[in-house]
Design a protein around this ligand. Sequence first.
Ligand code: 5RP
Length: 222
Amino acid sequence: MTQDELKQAVAQAAAAYVAEYAPVGSVIGVGTGSTANFFIDALASLKDRFRGAVASSEATRKRLAGHGIAVLDLNDVEHIPVYVDGADEIDDGLNMIKGGGGALTREKIVAAVAATFVCIADASKQVALLGKFPLPVEVIPMARAQVARELAKLGGQPVLRDGFVSDNGNLILDVHGLTIGDPKSLEAQINQIVGVVTNGLFARRPADVLLLGAADGVRRIG
Ligand code: 5RP
């Protein structure tokens, strides 16, 4: 199976999960990226069962709207039973690195509201230790250089994502070479740096369920 076929398989499994566990009339949280795009396509056939969706990015908002799925402002939504999103890396504790698509801040906000975070990933995303994938950090533009110096003190090599501006008008530093032995602590430590909006470690709010796609099928963990 190709990587896209694996992504499609986990997206279908996530749609089945949503159909089973999200109450009729509820609002679904939707992530960003190529795996999430397959999920949006699969969700379209269920759209009459739900009130609508909250999008974690402008790209996701457009794709949902293109399928005729109502997109709601998070401020108008109190309860999201299920949030479905991809990941760049995921470990055995279901801690993740996210933000390869640059949508980490909105993804973290929607995930914080959701009762259940379902991560959809092909097997290449599963790792024993997080950190081979450079950690995205969203920064306020005027703080870019100062935040980069602070990240270097933590042992990382920050690289400005070329020509990229987030949906929030900010920049992304991709931090290479970090040793992430304790993802929860590092997530908090980086978020304490003045000028950081948030970082792509999802350890304080990890996934609850992982739908992992491999050649022999989709495995549910959690
Ligand atoms: C976007 C993300 C994505 O979930 C992550 O980058 C995985 O993307 P893909 O499904 O395209 O591999 O965090 O900010």
